[in-house]
Design a protein around this ligand. Structure first.
Ligand code: SF4
Length: 390
């Protein structure tokens, strides 16, 4: 792929030179555009400026999607989509005021709060998810943070340990955590911790007032310092502008290390919340955000998350072509509806996709770093058979 691009670039230069004459030594040669720089990258970088990301984000959409597809093929197996199932292990009654959330106790959404579910019920749900093809199991609890939750933490560690024992990747989203709690979860076998930044730093205070953007970033740092994979992304359709999508991508693409997972949610408006009457976020914004994120975070798994039920099959496939490579699937996604396993099976079969194996991306990353920065896909190399079933 990269060879093709440089070949095309040379042909383009020859054509320009024929048309306009040879460029003289005194003339300046323009530096490569941000898009070109992303296209030619051999690995992730976290020095993106907001202007560069804006330039990429504003690329005509079809060109952006094609470029993102090129990067995606270089760094990932484009046929491989991670199937994750997300279970709510403690519903409602949350003290926070996230203005999109059905589980905040501040809004009258009709949702009944409940205590934490049992370890057995989680393991049973994980077993069902695994039997249906999910290889990553995520658990979410509706509360502000883990402070003073010793018994909860003990039970969650048992859940993590049990799910990991089934050979699945395990992720949790439990609000803010400190370094010690993150380390305990890592020891219990946790693969990744989700904590979204939601939107740009500037727009964030319009959405949540009970915790700051920097508190979110601190939890992400704690997760990273504990040696866990980071899952952090955003929500489109909160009333933000496109500049906030650029800001969101800029925040995560300039973290000390890129998150391993970047979920792109679109708001599912919930009656009773402050954003319950929001207009749906347009599809082109979803596609543009996915494609721009793929350009600047080439190795990250990009997750088509909440709101997928509103997308047609073809829209989902466009997202996969532009760099998305994970979905949530199952019966529910926290409190909202979710595309089911049967539906995904039909789409996968029709479009030549297959579920990603557990820890497949880790195996791919190791193979890449131990050989060369060029992807195994480009080199035609095989991913170890133990980690992939084609
Ligand atoms: S998003 Fe999480 S922290 Fe915010 S109100 Fe909902 S459950 Fe609470």
């Amino acid at each position: 792929m990269r060879g093709n691009h440089s070949q095309m670039f040379k042909i383009g230069c020859r054509a320009l030179s024929r048309r306009y004459g040879t460029v003289s030594a005194t003339q300046h040669i323009a530096p490569p555009s941000a898009l070109q720089s992303a296209l030619e990258a051999t690995g992730p970088r976290n020095t993106w400026t907001r202007e560069e990301i804006r330039e990429i984000y504003d690329t005509p959409l079809m060109s952006l999607a094609f470029a993102a597809g090129t990067v995606h093929q270089r760094f990932h197996n484009p046929s491989s989509i991670q199937m994750c199932t997300l279970m709510n292990i403690k519903t409602g009654g949350c003290s926070e005021d996230c203005s999109y959330c059905a589980q905040s106790s501040r809004y009258k959404t009709g949702l009944k709060a409940s205590k934490m579910v049992t370890v057995e019920s989680v393991l049973e749900a994980a077993r069902i998810a695994k039997d249906n093809g999910s290889t990553r199991f995520c658990m979410g609890a509706a509360w502000r943070d883990m402070r003073g939750r010793k018994t909860n933490l003990k039970n969650i560690k048992e859940m993590v340990n049990g799910v990991k024992g089934m050979g699945m990747e395990v992720c949790v989203t439990l609000g803010m955590i400190d370094l010690e709690q993150a380390k305990e979860l890592k020891e219990a076998g946790l693969t990744a911790y989700n904590h979204n930044v939601d939107t740009s730093r500037e727009f964030y205070p319009s959405v949540i007032s009970t915790r700051t953007y920097d508190e979110r970033l601190q939890t992400i740092q704690n997760v990273r310092d504990a040696g866990l994979n980071v899952c952090t992304g955003g929500i489109l359709g909160l009333g933000e502008k496109k500049n906030d999508h650029v800001g969101l991508i800029h925040t995560v693409a300039t973290l000390p290390a890129h998150p391993e997972s970047f979920p792109v949610n679109t708001l599912v408006p919930i009656k009773g919340t402050p954003l319950g009457d929001n207009e749906p976020s347009p599809f082109d914004a979803t596609l543009r955000t996915i494609a721009a994120a793929r350009m600047v975070m080439p190795r990250t798994i990009i997750r088509l998350a909440a709101g997928r039920t509103t997308l047609s099959e073809e829209q989902q496939v466009l997202c996969f072509m532009a760099g998305a490579n994970a979905v949530f699937t199952g019966e529910k996604m926290l409190t909202t509806d979710c595309n089911g396993w049967d539906e995904d099976r039909v789409i996968f079969e029709k479009w030549g996709l297959r579920p990603m194996q557990s820890f497949e991306v880790e195996a791919l990353r190791e193979l890449v770093s131990s050989s060369s920065p060029v992807s195994p896909v480009e080199k035609g190399a095989e991913i170890p058979a133990a980690s992939v079933t084609v």
